[in-house]
Design a protein around this ligand. Sequence first.
Ligand code: FAQ
Length: 310
Amino acid sequence: MSVIESRTLQEDFEDKIRRDIRIEPDDWMPEKYRKTLIRQISQHAHSEIVGMLPEGNWITRAPSLKRKVGLLAKVQDEAGHGLYLYAAAETLGADRADLIDELHTGKAKYSSIFNYPTLTWADIGAIGWLVDGAAIKNQVPLCRCSYGPYGRAMVRVCKEESFHQRQGFLIMKALCDGTAEQKAMAQDALNRWWWPALMMFGPNDSASTHSAQSMAWKIKRFSNDDLRQKFVDMIAPQADILGITIPDPELKYHEDTGHYSFGEIDWEEFWNVVKGNGPCNRQRIKTRVKAHEDGAWVREAITAYAKKKS
Ligand code: FAQ
């Protein structure tokens, strides 16, 4: 390709980004844009799949048939999200088997939040309310991501996450309206999930390596800190409705700005979990690897059937 040709392609790409025209799989794109998307989309896919484990742990112990049906549907939805996302990564030329291998060998990241244990039923409420709440805040803007397949996948994902958040909030509400013991369980879950939920948005903007470029390419539409602020502003009044207390003595509402200020995140804990040393990292990967190995016969059968049909 001549220098002039490649300059034109680059200019075309930038023009599309400027005018909010989506980049589609067959369009020319800079290699770094492709790599950034494969990184983010595959990390996101891994998060959805590993994210099934903490809640899956409670399917057999849900307190009623209604709760069991709701939780089963939610966990299945997360599997679906993972599949759309792996498919979106494949449109960029990534090989799904390689991506999964990177997860299993510890090379790929996934959200820090899924490395914490689910100790009581209230944790299932807290995950729906806080973790899906954070996921919605982060993912609604991704519906406008400049890369078509990712943005379109996010539309359906966000609709389902909204249902998830409501079921989580309703679990918390039932516990908070229940006995003193049940309310204490809800408070304990909030105490344990609050800070890890804030960490989901990633490092502060000043420490975020990818934000500036990803925002320039309109992959990300808001910075990590902006989204974290939106999340706190949404959740704090909901905690008041529930009658439980966010475990942050520095949390304060400011009439003049309409925003809450909050305390400093423990970044040492965050990076420790991201690096693989959280309470459940090893257990999560071990479980995923086993599930993958146990499912080998399904993949073989599907491949054999597809071959026969073609
Ligand atoms: N955990 O420069 P930045 C869900 C890494 S899905 C682990 O700010 P970026 C649904 C980051 O990858 C939850 N690692 O990075 C559900 C980068 O590492 P690298 C997942 C983290 O990409 C609910 C480095 O730190 N959602 O919850 C984390 O611009 C309930 C520097 O960071 C998504 O993936 C973290 N929390 O911004 C399922 C959404 N934060 O690659 C089941 C899409 C940062 O250089 C149950 N992703 N890192 O080695 C995004 O929006 C972005 O990728 C961010 C990070 C905002 C997560």
